[in-house]
Design a protein around this ligand. Structure first.
Ligand SMILES: [Zn+2]
Length: 393
C-alpha cells in the first residue's frame, strides 16, 4: 500500500516536506519518496493532510480511570471492571493517534494482558511497554493503588524480579512521595540510595530500562547516583541536577498535565482535597523545573500520567501544549512524542519516525501541527503496527 500526497513531519525535528509518498510493505515502511516518484499501486490519497509517526506516551496507567477520584474507583470496582476499563482505555488511546505507551503501574497485571491482546491482534490498542507494579517502600507513594511494597535491598531485588516474572518490559521504582497518595509528602525521599541501586542492578541485569517516580530533589539526586534511566515528574529539579541529567543521558518525563488537570478541576470536580492541595503547591515549581531541564539540554520525552484525576486516556495534545507554553517549539514537542520518546524507551529501531525499515506506526491529521499542535487532535487515519485502526478519510 502507498500513502500519497501528504505533507510529512517525520518526527526527527526536520521541517515538514510537502507531497510525500510513503510505501508500506506488510508491517513496515519500505520507502519514503517524493510523490511523483511513487509507482502505481493500491494507494490512499492523503492530499491536504499531514502524515506523522504514531505518537508515543511515555507515562500512562491503563488501569486508572482518569475520573475525579481514580484511587477510589480502583479500590471500589471489581478486578473484572478494571480489566474492561483497561481494554477501553487502550482502544481510545490508539484511536487518538497514540500508537505506543509505557504503562508505569497497573493492577494485578491487567495491563500486561492488554499488551499481549494488542500484540496478538485480538483487541485494538497501542504497543504497550509494561512495568507491572511500581516498587515502593512500605507506606510509600502508590502503595495502596499500584505498588509492590518492598523494604531493604533484598526485598527490592525480589520485588523487581516479581515484575520481571510477570512479564514486565520496564521497571518502575518510587523514589519520593507523590500527589495521589494521602499523607505522603512529594518533597520526601522514600526508597533509599541502596534500595534504588539494587533495583537498577536487577533491571539492568535483565536488560530492562528503569523509571523512577521522583519529585523531590534529594530523591532525584539518588536516582542519578543509582543510574535510573528516566525521571518521572522531576518537580523539584535544580540547575545542578538538570546538568547531571543532561551529562548522564537521563531523560525527563515531566507529565505537566497531571497536576495541571488536578488544579484546574479542583474540589468542585470532586478531586480529593489532599491531591488538590499538593498539586497547587507544586505546579509552578514543576514548570520551572521543566524550563531548567530544557535549558540544560536534558532529553525530554512526552508523557501524561493518563489515568490520574481528569487526565483521561487518549490524546497527548494537552501535555504537548503545556510543554510548548513552557518554551518548546511545536516541532520539538512533536519530536519529544516521537523520535526522542522512542530512543528513551529503547524502541528507536521500531518506531518514532517515518523512515524505511521502521514499523508502520503512522497517523494522518488535518491542518498543520508544526504551527498548531491542536491539529494533532484532528486525526483522520491511524495505522498501528501496520494495521489500520482508524480511517476517517
Ligand atoms: Zn504515574
Amino acid at each position: 500500500m502507498i500513502l500519497r500526497g501528504a505533507t510529512l513531519i517525520d518526527g526527527t525535528g526536520a521541517p515538514p516536506l510537502r507531497d510525500r509518498a510513503v510505501v508500506l510493505d506488510d508491517r513496515r515502511i519500505a520507502a519514503v519518496v517524493p510523490d511523483h516518484q511513487a509507482r502505481d499501486g493500491a494507494a490512499l490519497d492523503l492530499g491536504g493532510l499531514t502524515l506523522l509517526p504514531g505518537l508515543i506516551n511515555c507515562h500512562v496507567h491503563l488501569c486508572l480511570s482518569g475520573d475525579a477520584d481514580p484511587s477510589r474507583t480502583l479500590s471500589d470496582e471489581t478486578y473484572a471492571a478494571t480489566v474492561v476499563g483497561a481494554v477501553v482505555h487502550a482502544r481510545r488511546t490508539v484511536e487518538a493517534g497514540v500508537t505506543t505507551v509505557r504503562d508505569l503501574g497497573g493492577r494485578e497485571y491487567a495491563e500486561i494482558a492488554v499488551r499481549d491482546g494488542v500484540r496478538a491482534g485480538i483487541i485494538a490498542g497501542p504497543r504497550v511497554l509494561c512495568a507491572g507494579r511500581a516498587v515502593c517502600m512500605t507506606g510509600g507513594h502508590g502503595w495502596r493503588m499500584l505498588g509492590r511494597q518492598a523494604d531493604g535491598v533484598d526485598d527490592v531485588r525480589k520485588a523487581v524480579r516479581e515484575q520481571l516474572r510477570a512479564g514486565a518490559d520496564v521497571i518502575k521504582l518510587v523514589a519520593t512521595g507523590g500527589v495521589m497518595t494521602p499523607g505522603v509528602d512529594p518533597r520526601a525521599a522514600q526508597l533509599t540510595l541502596d534500595e534504588l541501586r539494587a533495583g537498577v542492578d536487577e533491571a539492568h541485569r535483565a536488560r530492562r530500562r528503569i523509571a523512577a517516580h521522583a519529585m523531590a530533589d534529594e530523591g532525584i539526586a539518588w536516582c542519578l547516583d543509582a543510574g535510573i534511566d528516566t525521571i518521572e515528574h522531576g518537580v523539584f529539579l535544580t540547575e545542578a541536577l538538570a546538568a547531571r541529567m543532561a551529562t548522564q543521558g537521563t531523560a525527563l518525563v515531566a507529565t505537566l498535565i497531571a497536576p495541571h488537570a488536578i488544579v484546574e478541576g479542583g474540589l468542585a470536580a470532586g478531586i480529593p482535597e489532599f491531591a488538590v492541595k499538593k498539586s497547587s503547591a507544586l505546579r509552578e515549581r514543576h514548570l520551572e523545573s521543566f524550563r531548567l531541564a530544557l535549558r540544560a539540554g536534558v532529553a525530554i520525552a512526552a508523557g501524561t500520567d493518563a489515568g490520574t484525576p481528569l487526565n483521561p486516556h487518549g490524546t497527548i495534545v494537552p501535555e504537548l501544549a503545556l510543554m510548548a507554553a513552557a518554551g518548546l517549539e511545536p516541532l520539538q514537542a512533536i519530536r519529544s512524542a516521537t523520535s526522542v520518546a522512542a530512543r528513551v524507551l529503547g524502541l528507536e529501531s521500531e518506531t518514532g519516525a517515518v523512515a524505511p525499515g521502521l514499523v508502520a506506526d503512522l497517523i494522518a491529521v488535518e491542518g498543520d501541527p508544526a504551527t498548531d499542535l491542536k491539529a494533532l487532535d484532528a486525526v483522520r487515519l491511524v495505522i498501528a503496527d501496520g494495521r489500520t485502526v482508524l480511517n476517517r478519510l
